[in-house]
Design a protein around this ligand. Structure first.
Ligand SMILES: [Fe+2]
Length: 342
């Protein structure tokens, strides 16, 4: 048997309550109250489909009760019961979200017709709400799957870097570690959500992914590179972009992060590569990587030179203030690297 729809009746007049009960009791489950404050004590969202509320009641008025109902259950269909001289109040009630009003004395058929219409409306909005919740859940599970997809794609690419060049693999991890510390110290003006920080971390660890496309004779050379070889190395940011772009493309919001790969060798004075971007043209996220990248490179032993001491490295970074590096980010990064850099 179909469950009966629930109707709240709030009316201070005994005769009205009784006549409504008589008319409606066979068809609906009735929750009958004499005052607004009485129902509000036990009212909760989705408690009923329709409320029949008398406009003129001692204590809390019907309009006040209507407003309270709407804050607690915005989809509750509220029909105001109006008597002589309350037409203005009925108009006010409609403005405040009432679904309809019925004049006293009311006919049984008319009242049931309005209630049925409002029940249908309520069921429709309930279905819509349910659908929205379902969609939200689908979106959440897709987000989770996308996240999983991203981390496994990044891991595959990191494994590819590792297979190609062990140094670049260690370097990428360390640069990501320093870059995250610097990013946190810039939190007052670079505001990223936790999910955006995850993307930042993924892409920093892939900042040199383009080196996969550089010949091993150049990448693994144990002497200083000649100018021709440098030109080849300089291609790695753009190769990196072409590797990572297909992953980012479907999500346009992620495109803001491609600078991490594309611009990490740009210099503040415009002498960097690949595009010779200058000053504020270089996104701040790329400026962070640039510092972390140079710091770790200088602190590493390379076949063609020994690692610089921490003191020398910091001195070199300082010397690049405003030429190689964004001065604002550098000042913050130096403090971080002095304390936490290896
Ligand atoms: Fe690089």
């Amino acid at each position: 048997m179909k469950k009966k729809n629930k109707i709240i009746i709030v009316d201070d007049e005994k005769s009205v309550r009784e006549s409504m009960e008589m008319i409606l009791k066979d068809k609906y489950e009735l929750l009958i109250f004499t005052r607004g404050d009485e129902i509000l004590k036990e009212f909760q969202e989705d408690m009923a489909d329709v409320a029949l509320v008398d406009i003129k009641m001692p204590g809390m008025s019907g309009i006040e009760l209507l407003k309270q109902f709407k804050t607690m259950d915005e989809d509750l269909e509220i029909i105001m019961i109006t008597g002589y001289g309350t037409l203005n109040s009925a108009t006010e009630a409609m403005r405040n979200g009432a679904s309809a009003y019925v004049n006293k004395p009311f006919s049984k058929d008319k009242l049931i017709e309005i209630i049925e219409e409002k029940i249908k409306k309520r069921e429709k909005s309930r279905k819509k709400k349910k659908r929205l919740v379902e969609l939200e859940n689908v979106k959440k599970s897709l987000d989770e799957r996308t996240k999983g997809f991203y981390s496994s794609t990044v891991n595959s690419l990191l494994a590819a870097i590792h297979a190609k060049d062990g140094y670049t693999s260690i370097h990428s991890e360390q640069v990501a570690r320093y870059a995250l510390l610097i990013l946190d110290a810039c939190a007052s003006f670079i505001k990223l959500l936790p999910e955006e920080k995850d993307i930042f971390r993924y892409l920093v660890s892939l900042h040199d992914i383009g080196k996969i496309g550089i010949p091993e004779t150049v990448l693994g050379k144990d002497r200083k590179l000649n100018s021709q070889e440098w030109e080849i190395i300089k291609k790695h940011p753009e190769i990196g972009v072409s590797i990572v772009n297909p992953i980012l493309n479907p999500m346009s919001a992620l495109k803001d992060y491609i600078c991490i790969i594309q611009d990490h060798h740009e210099r503040y004075d415009g002498t960097g590569y690949p595009n010779g971007k200058k000053g504020d043209e270089i996104p701040l996220l790329a400026c962070i990587i640039s510092i972390a990248d140079v710091y770790h490179a200088m602190r590493s032993n390379r076949p063609y030179r020994k690692a610089l001491s921490k003191k020398e490295t910091l001195k070199n970074l300082r010397a690049g203030r405003g030429t190689h590096f964004n001065p604002k980010i550098l000042d913050i990064a130096l403090k971080i690297l002095e304390d936490y850099g290896d």
